[in-house]
Design a protein around this ligand. Structure first.
Ligand SMILES: O=C(O)C1=C[C@@H](OP(=O)(O)O)[C@@H](O)[C@H](O)C1
Ligand SMILES: C=C(OP(=O)(O)O)C(=O)O
Length: 442
C-alpha cells in the first residue's frame, strides 16, 4: 500500500524539557537476529517499534521463530539455535531496511533452504553487489537483478568457508553480513574494513558466546560457535534519532533540552564531535553502561554555530547524521565543507542531492559535490514546499530547518519516518517544535 503523508512545519521552539527517543535501530535488528539463532529465550527491552525492525521480526516469524510482544518495545524471542530456522513459504519482505536486507543476506546464505529477500521501491534501488560478491567469495550463491539490486534469490545448502575478506567500503552492514555467514562457515572468517564502523555485531556475538576478536585491524570469528542467549538485551535510545533534537536545540534560541539514555557508542557519535567543533553547547551527563553499551543523557542548549571542515575520517561515525548536519551548517556562520561522504548517495535516497535541493529551494547557499557539499551558512531561510523523497532522515531534518524558517515549510512524503522514528511528530511538538501532519491520502 502506498500512503502519502505531508507535514507542515514552521518557526517553533524554544525546545525545552526532558525527552526519550525510541530504541536504537541497529541494535534492535541485531538483537532479533542473534536471539533467533541462539539457544534459549531472550527478553529484549527497548526494541524499536519502527517499520524497519518490525519487518525483521516478522521475517523471523516466517522463518519459524516464536516471538512474543507482551508490551510495546518489548520482545521475547524463543531462539531456535543456529540450525533451527524453517524454510519460508514466501519471499521475505525487508521493507525499507538496508540493514535488514544486507545482514539477512549473510545469515540466510548459510541455511539449508532457499529464500528470497525483497524490499520496497527505495530498497530495491540500493546496491547489493557489495554484499553479494564477498559472500560469494565465501561460497554463497545469491542472484540479484541485472542491476545488482533486490530481489535477492539465495540458494541454500552451500558449504561456506571463511577466509580473509577485505571490504571496499566502510560499512557495518557488509561487515555484519560476512560475520553472520561466518557462523555457518568452515575455517576462520577474517574481515578488514577501510575504516572502523559501528561494532554492534561484534559486541553482540561476544555477548552470545562466540569467539570474536580484533587484532591488527582484522576482525576474526572462530568457526563452530554455538550462540547462547544472554537472557536479556537492553536497547539504548538511538543516537541517530536524538540527532534531530541536538540540531534543533542548537539552532533555536532559548532551547535547553535533555535527551535521556542515548547510546553513545564511539562509532556513532561523530555528530556530537562535529557539532561541538562548530561551537554547540552539548554536555554528556550520567555516563554509564547498559547492556554492554555506553549510554548517557545529552543536554543541549542553544549556541551560535560556526562552519567547519568536517574531517573525512569522521564520516562513518556520523553516516546517518549528515541530513541533520546540512541543516546545522545552513544556520552556522561561515563555510562548512563535507567531503568523503559519497556513501550518502546510496542510502534511502541520494541524501546529498535531496538535502541540497530542499535547502537551496528555501534560500540556503549550498554547492553540491560528488562526495559532499560546501554550505555557506547564515542565509535566512524562507518558507516553501520541499520533498523528502520518502527518506525518513531527510524528512525529519527538513522539520528541524523549518524551526528557524521565516514562513511555513511543507514537507512532502514523510510516511517513511515510521521506519526509524515512530511518534516523531508527537515527541517533537511536545518538546517545542512546530509541526503537524497536513494530509494523508491512500
Ligand atoms: O549496520 C547498521 O546497522 C547500519 C549501518 C550503516 O549503513 P552502511 O553499513 O551501509 O554504512 C547505517 O547507514 C545504517 O543506518 C545502519
Ligand atoms: C541508512 C539507513 O538505514 P538502512 O541502511 O538500514 O536502510 C538509515 O537509517 O539512515
Amino acid at each position: 500500500m502506498s500512503v502519502t503523508l505531508d507535514w507542515i512545519a514552521s518557526a517553533g521552539g524554544p525546545l525545552r524539557g526532558t525527552i526519550t527517543v525510541p530504541g536504537d535501530k541497529s541494535v534492535s535488528h541485531r538483537a532479533v537476529m542473534f536471539a533467533a539463532l541462539a539457544d534459549g529465550r531472550t527478553d529484549i527491552h527497548g526494541f524499536l517499534e519502527g517499520e524497519d525492525t518490525r519487518a525483521t521480526a516478522a521475517i523471523f516469524t516466517q522463518l519459524g521463530v516464536r516471538i512474543e510482544a507482551p508490551s510495546p518495545s518489548r520482545r521475547i524471542m524463543h531462539g531456535v539455535g543456529l540450525h533451527g530456522l524453517r524454510a519460508p513459504g514466501a519471499p521475505l519482505d525487508c521493507g525499507n531496511a538496508g540493514t535488514g536486507m544486507r545482514l539477512l543476506a549473510g545469515l540466510l546464505a548459510g541455511q539449508a533452504f532457499d529464500s528470497v529477500l525483497v524490499g520496497d521501491a527505495s530498497l530495491s534501488k540500493r546496491p547489493m553487489r557489495r554484499v553479494v560478491e564477498p559472500l560469494a567469495a565465501m561460497g554463497a550463491r545469491i542472484v540479484t537483478s541485472a542491476a545488482g539490486t533486490a530481489p535477492l534469490h539465495i540458494q541454500g545448502g552451500q558449504r561456506l568457508h571463511g577466509g580473509d575478506l577485505v571490504l571496499p567500503v566502510a560499512s557495518a552492514q557488509l561487515k555484519s553480513a560476512l560475520l553472520l555467514a561466518g557462523l555457518y562457515a568452515s575455517g576462520v572468517t577474517r574481515v578488514r574494513e577501510p575504516h572502523p564502523t559501528r561494532d554492534y555485531t561484534e559486541r553482540m556475538l561476544k555477548a552470545f558466546g562466540a569467539d570474536v576478536r580484533e587484532v591488527d585491524g582484522w576482525i576474526s570469528l572462530q568457526p563452530g560457535a554455538v550462540l547462547r542467549s544472554p537472557g536479556r538485551i537492553d536497547v539504548p535510545a538511538d543516537f541517530s534519532s536524538a540527532a534531530f533534537f541536538m540540531v534543533a536545540a542548537s539552532i533555536v534560541p532559548g532551547s535547553d533540552v535533555l535527551i535521556e539514555d542515548v547510546g553513545i557508542n564511539p562509532r556513532r557519535t561523530g555528530l556530537l564531535d562535529t557539532l561541538r567543533d562548530m561551537g554547540a553547547d552539548i554536555t554528556v551527563e550520567r555516563r554509564r553502561e547498559s547492556g554492554g553499551e555506553p549510554v548517557a543523557d545529552l543536554r543541549v542548549r542553544h549556541a551560535a554555530l560556526h562552519g567547519i571542515d568536517v574531517p573525512p575520517a569522521r564520516v562513518p561515525d556520523m553516516i546517518d547524521e549528515f541530513p541533520a548536519l546540512f541543516v546545522a551548517a545552513a544556520f552556522a556562520r561561515g563555510t562548512t565543507r563535507i567531503t568523503g561522504a559519497e556513501e550518502l548517495r546510496v542510502k534511502e535516497s541520494d541524501r546529498i542531492a535531496v538535502m541540497a535541493k530542499a535547502l537551496k529551494s528555501l534560500g540556503a547557499d549550498i554547492a553540491e559535490r560528488g562526495d559532499g557539499a560546501v554550505i555557506q551558512g547564515g542565509a535566512p531561510l524562507h518558507g516553501g514546499v520541499v520533498d523528502s523523497a520518502g527518506d525518513h532522515r531527510c524528512a525529519m531534518s527538513m522539520v528541524v530547518a523549518a524551526q528557524r524558517a521565516q514562513a511555513p515549510v511543507t514537507i512532502a512524503d514523510c510516511a517513511n519516518v515510521a521506519t526509524s522514528f515512530p511518534g516523531f511528530v508527537e515527541l517533537a511538538s511536545g518538546a517545542g517544535m512546530s509541526i503537524r501532519p497536513l494530509a494523508s491520502s491512500p
